[in-house]
Design a protein around this ligand. Structure first.
Ligand SMILES: [Zn+2]
Length: 489
């Protein structure tokens, strides 16, 4: 009998060891487990939306060009654990750019010779921000034992969960000898979650967004990320190379979305970007600046008649929001029409980098990723002040001359306050520009020579969401003169 005693003990030990294992089994690869809820993965806070009828739909996959009419009442991580879009080509890429795979942000960031804004070291920003809210770091997130995310199939490549990589989008189907790829930065989280896309420099001279994308993408540890962040720093590479807003043929790319594969060069470029990247997004933030020697306080344009756009706008935190459906052919409008909540973030002026506008924009996007339960930024409170909804009017010059402003972006003014002075350099005649009413300077012209009727100051007035939605602020990215002619002073 003696030989059986150790064997029984071993069997008892194995049974106890088995009983100590978690009851849940690890699903086989390719099986989504998010439907049952993920431990420790709390949904984003519910966000109140107006009672208007939502005519939008859930984000569509490439195989579903016409999205179903499904309300999207909140930003409660709708895509958490979703199956990835259909894999059109799962073979590993042979593109040289895409070979820079599986590098964590720290390693990628180390390749940057200069880090203007090291992750986690954003200072208090002026304007609408509450600096005190940035000085109270939250405790770091405790990694929860979640199920791993699925690989992300994008641009004929497969990105493994928990990795950051650089892919290449090759939009130009011109003669292949000169075509060059456009970099696409991807951080694919170790845990499932939504997919947030950041687009910048659709107008090639609006460079602030390029730095915003760099900050966000290199500031995320993929092992702590739920979901994915896809950043395209320079969508309009043609314009960027020439320092121009436009494509090589002088077309405005942001008037050709969602594009057409058999259309003009701009339409084909737009179609490629839309179908290769945008349709894979659950949320889209398109980053712009003011144009033509004008600058903007960081602010959002959103279609406030669509609850999903309202919810997205509110999730970007303490920022001014103005209503506009988006110009026909704009990326924001095309994405929303496809059921992808989208907003435009306007920050600063073209052709230059402005740290204040960049910092405020980065903070807003960090706030969004935080609210979506995708990432916890150590320098950001999980819930800060809400967005402010505004109507806005332009103050125009009654005469021409040299403009010298006496106010700054983000400054609150009272009716009658001096905004600036305009002097005719030949006749020495001049006049003052005063505020027609109380308001916030959300946009303004830079000091320059102006003509009579020139739109100088964009005054914002805080209103309710419903009031804001009833007042169209005009497209954010006018190429010459701002819209809203009827509302201008
Ligand atoms: Zn723009």
């Amino acid at each position: 009998m003696r030989p059986y005693i150790p064997l029984v003990l071993v069997m008892l030990f194995l049974q106890c060891a088995q009983a100590a294992q978690p009851s849940a089994t690890i699903p086989p690869a390719g099986q989504s487990v998010a439907e049952e809820g993920l431990p420790g993965h709390s949904p984003a806070p519910e966000i109140a939306v107006p009672a208007t009828v939502d005519t939008e739909a859930a984000p569509a996959s490439p195989s579903q060009p016409q999205a179903a009419e499904t309300p999207t009442p909140s930003l409660a991580a709708p895509a958490a654990g979703e199956s990835p879009p259909p894999d059109t080509n799962s073979s590993p890429t042979t593109n040289a750019l895409a070979s820079v795979t599986a590098k964590p942000p720290a390693e990628l960031a180390s390749q940057q010779p200069i880090a203007l804004h090291p992750p986690g070291h954003f200072g208090g920003a002026p304007g609408l921000r509450d600096p005190a809210s940035l000085l109270q770091p939250e405790p770091p997130a405790v990694p929860a034992p979640l199920a791993p995310a699925m690989p992300l199939n994008l641009l004929q490549s497969q990105v493994a969960p928990g990795t950051a990589t650089r892919l290449a989008w090759s939009p130009e189907d011109s003669f292949s000898g000169i075509a060059s790829a456009t970099p696409v930065l991807v951080v694919h989280g170790a845990k499932p979650g939504p997919r947030v896309c950041l687009a910048a420099a659709i107008h090639g001279d609006e460079v602030n967004g390029i730095e915003v994308v760099r900050h966000i993408l290199y500031g995320i540890d993929p092992n702590l990320l739920s979901g994915s962040v896809i950043g395209v720093p320079i969508v309009n590479m043609q314009g960027f190379r020439r320092g121009s807003r436009y494509l090589s043929d002088r077309r405005d790319l942001n008037r050709y979305f969602p594009g057409h594969a058999k259309g003009s060069a701009a339409a084909r470029l737009a179609a490629s970007f839309f179908n290769e990247i945008v349709v894979h997004c659950n949320y889209l933030v398109d980053i712009h600046t003011g144009s033509l020697a004008r600058t903007n306080l960081p602010q959002l344009r959103a279609d406030l008649t669509k609850p999903s756009a309202v919810a997205l706008a509110k999730s970007l935190g303490n920022i001014a929001v103005l209503h506009n459906k988006g110009a026909k052919g704009s990326l924001r409008r095309a994405a929303l029409d496809r059921g992808i909540p989208a907003v435009t973030l306007e920050a600063g002026e073209p052709n230059t980098f402005q740290e204040s506008a960049i910092t405020q924009s980065v903070t807003s996007i960090e706030h969004l990723l935080n609210l979506l339960s995708m990432y916890t930024f150590s320098d950001l409170k999980p819930r800060r002040a809400d967005a402010g909804f505004y109507r806005a009017q332009w103050v125009r010059a009654t005469g021409g001359g040299m403009l010298f402003s006496r106010v700054n972006l983000g400054q609150e003014v009272k009716a009658g306050d001096l905004l600036g002075a305009v002097t005719d350099p030949i006749t020495n005649q001049g006049f003052k520009v005063v505020a027609p009413r109380d308001g916030l300077i959300i946009g303004m012209a830079l000091n320059q020579v102006i003509q009579p009727g020139f739109a100088i100051y964009h005054l914002g007035f805080p209103v309710s969401i419903q009031e804001a939605a009833s007042s169209d602020a005009g497209p954010e990215d006018f190429g010459a003169e701002p819209a809203g002619e009827g509302e201008a002073y």
